[in-house]
Design a protein around this ligand. Structure first.
Ligand code: BTN
Length: 254
């Protein structure tokens, strides 16, 4: 496998195997900015304890892309969620760059990316906050199914290979890093507004009835909008609900 060719903003830590690149990124970030400056990128060929959102496992055999970025933005922790949308836009562009004409690529709230209606990538954000509610660091983990996908997921999954895309993990890593820098620049210059607008252009389900599974309840309603903080706005029979964490399903994917 060739070596990644990354912009100088990234500091690559390349591992054969690790429990979780997010866990490793957290360990490094906790050692301080000298050891893990902004842009530190942990990349592993496999994970033995890959983590997904909402306490789930992320199946991580060799053959897919597993990486986590240490970010040290000067923002309140509430803004950290915006990185998930930045990353989803970057993955969308990876698929646009490396994928095939005619493929359908969509962003799915909160931070998934679908290829031909099936989940191909997931993003896991973890933050450490100081006493003032400032984000000490943000860990952005990306799992992209390049060669393999799990068969036992609530939402259907796929991989690039299954959809006929021949790109490698390294091709995807290089492309993601470039597109992530580009979208981060837009965010630094103009804030969340262009990210939100571009994400909405590329998302699945806006204006449609969806089901949102929360920890203790399941809601049905129309996905009307994304608010300025990235929360999903759902118009239900009982009024509008603002949702910050949950899993979205569509009529055809139940
Ligand atoms: C999701 O549930 O959709 C998010 C999945 C995130 C998986 C990635 S793989 C690299 C990084 N390390 C982890 O343990 N999880 C994230």
């Amino acid at each position: 496998m060739r070596q990644p060719d990354l912009p100088s903003a990234y500091h690559l830590v390349s591992l054969e195997t690790v429990d979780s690149t997010n866990a490793e990124a957290r360990r490094l970030a906790a050692l301080g900015e000298d050891k893990a400056p902004d842009g530190t990128l942990i990349w592993a060929k496999e994970q033995t304890d890959g983590r997904g959102r909402r306490g789930r496992k992320w199946s991580s055999p060799p053959g897919n892309l597993y990486c986590s970025l240490v970010l040290r933005p000067d923002v309140a922790v509430a803004k950290a969620a915006e990185f998930g949308f930045i990353a989803a836009l970057a993955v969308f562009d990876v698929l646009g760059t490396l994928g095939e004409p005619g493929h359908k690529v969509q962003c799915k709230w909160p931070n998934d990316v679908l290829l031909n209606d099936k989940k191909v990538a997931g993003i896991l954000l973890e933050t450490e906050t100081d006493a003032d509610g400032h984000a000490d660091w943000v860990i952005l983990g990306l799992g992209l199914n390049v060669g393999i996908f799990p068969g036992d997921t609530d939402f259907p999954a796929t991989s690039l290979r299954a959809e006929g895309v021949g790109a490698t993990e390294v091709d995807c890593l290089d492309s993601f890093c470039r597109h992530f820098l580009k979208w981060t620049s837009a965010w630094l210059e103009e804030g969340f507004a262009p990210i939100r607008k571009n994400w909405l252009w590329r998302c699945i389900g806006q204006g449609e009835e969806i089901e949102v599974r929360l920890d203790k309840e399941t809601l049905t309603g129309v996905f009307t909008d994304l608010d300025e903080d990235g929360a999903l706005l759902l118009k239900t029979e009982d009024g509008e609900r603002r949702i910050t964490a949950g899993d979205v399903f569509f009529a055809s994917t139940d």
